[in-house]
Design a protein around this ligand. Structure first.
Ligand code: FAD
Length: 423
């Protein structure tokens, strides 16, 4: 097989597979530590989950999706045509095992606590690292550390959320409850369908597509190499180390390798002799011009799991969770659900100007935590995948942790919760 970019890649210390937000932040911190880095990416930017997401940086989301309450809600949603949650019936044993694990984790109080601490460490650390990044670099991506409203339409649901708020308060995340006209004064775009909101002032937002472009530009400037339309298909090993990557564009010698392949990670599991229980959780978004009467801060319509994110130069509605395998169909019913939900809560729910419809696969593990660890099989392979609904919010700390593992430094947060061993 022809050797790819022999001249360019012969001195590369670390090869990162996957150019989504996780791969880019791994490249950012590795390069900062003086490592020479190459990123291999098989697809286009718009195919990445990191492109069309809702753009929230969410320390508020420390609680995992797994909970007895969600299991109850999911059972109801399964029978609603326009629900935010859909499972396509499938006889795939891997998926069935994943779902069973998800349900068991939802019923295990200790596991919920573990996930909450694991998620919180990555979320809080990343939030700080984002501040550092935007203070030190000029990155144009509509960064807005403005806080986020969790909006409720029904009083009883708003009151019931107090339980979650109390749990989050134990880790320093306390939201401010805002009710009725006070909320409408703060967010005049809301209709009186909104009863109240829990406001998390630590949350922030940005335009994820712009962030990807800007970081990639900065990394290229700093000497990080990018090879696009380059799919890694096989690995050659010697003495427990990966020595060569066989790609759609030729072969590449490898020193250290980071797998940041998001929802596609299981496609390489037999090649890597690893168990990677990640399934794709499809979500949708619609991006358009900002309506004239736009929300001021991002709004999460909590009962419907739909998000409206305003940016200085745009506006996105996003949400839904569909377990239908590796399927890229843009289901118009789900896109319409985003608009219908926004129309319940907002006076001007969307602008009529041309919009971009998108769907992407969240890399879902069944305990809500990513896998960030050294491979138990290959001494020079590291994994950074499975960030669920929070990859954008967890990316900086993930990149820093991977860098510490590769360079043999003391991890800045306890990494044991993200280990292969647990899955
Ligand atoms: C509708 C929606 C809304 C969301 N909102 C938010 C939010 O507000 N905040 C938040 O924090 N998160 C959010 N998320 C989740 C977030 O988008 C993901 O967790 C995150 O993008 C995962 O990043 P990643 O880099 O792991 O994966 P990706 O961005 O999917 O990148 C993986 C890359 O690896 C490449 N790749 C795979 N296999 C190979 C191979 N063999 N060779 C070469 N390249 C390969 C793929 O082409 C892909 O580009 C949302 C997700 C969705 C769908």
């Amino acid at each position: 097989m022809e050797r790819l970019m022999t001249e360019n890649n012969k001195n590369v210390d670390v090869t990162i597979i996957g150019g989504g937000i996780i791969g880019l932040f791994c490249a950012y911190y590795l390069s900062k530590e003086g490592k020479s880095v190459m990123v291999l990416e098989k697809g286009k930017v718009k195919d990445m989950c990191s492109y069309g997401n809702c753009g929230l940086i969410s320390p508020s989301h420390a609680l995992p999706l797994n909970s007895p309450a969600l299991l109850m809600k999911a059972a109801v949603w399964l029978f609603q045509k326009d629900s935010p949650f859909y499972i396509k019936p499938q006889l795939d044993m891997k998926f069935i095992n994943w779902m069973l694990g998800f349900a068991l984790n939802a019923l295990n109080k200790k596991q919920i606590e573990r996930s909450m601490y694991g998620r919180n460490n990555l979320l809080m650390e990343s939030r700080t690292l984002y501040d550092e990044l935007f203070d030190s670099q000029s990155i144009n991506c509509s960064w807005a550390p403005s806080g986020v409203h969790f909006v409720f339409s029904k009083e009883e649901k708003f009151v019931a959320y107090q339980k979650n708020n109390d749990k989050l308060a134990t880790i320093g995340l306390k939201a401010e409850p805002i009710i009725g006209s006070v909320l409408l004064d703060k967010e005049p775009a809301l209709t009186d369908h909104a009863y109240g909101s829990w406001f998390y002032k630590m949350d922030a937002s940005l335009n994820p597509g712009q962030l990807l472009n800007e970081i990639r530009k900065k990394l290229s400037f700093d000497g990080v190499l990018f090879e696009d339309q380059c799919e890694v298909k096989e690995f050659k090993n010697t003495n427990g180390r990966i020595t060569e990557l066989l790609t759609s564009k030729g072969s590449i010698k490898a020193k250290d390798v980071v797998l940041a392949t998001g929802a596609w990670s299981p496609w390489l599991e037999s090649e890597l002799r690893l168990k990677i229980p990640i399934v794709p959780g499809k979500g949708y978004s619609i991006t358009m011009k900002r309506p004239k009467l736009s929300p001021i801060c991002p709004l999460i319509f909590e009962e419907k799991k739909v998000v409206a994110t305003p940016w200085s130069d745009g506006y996105r509605l996003g949400g839904t969770m569909e377990f239908s395998g590796y399927n890229t169909t843009l289901d118009q019913k789900r896109l319409q659900t985003l608009k219908n939900v926004a129309a319940e809560y907002l006076k001007e729910p969307y602008s009529d100007k041309k919009s971009e419809e998108w769907c992407g696969w969240r890399p879902m593990t069944n305990d809500g935590m990513p896998i960030i660890d050294k491979s138990p099989v290959h001494k020079n392979l590291y994994m950074a995948s499975g960030h669920n609904m929070l990859g954008l919010s967890m990316a900086p700390a993930t990149g820093k942790l991977i860098t510490e593992m590769v360079t043999g430094q003391q991890p800045h947060i306890d990494s044991s919760l993200y280990a292969f061993e647990r899955i």
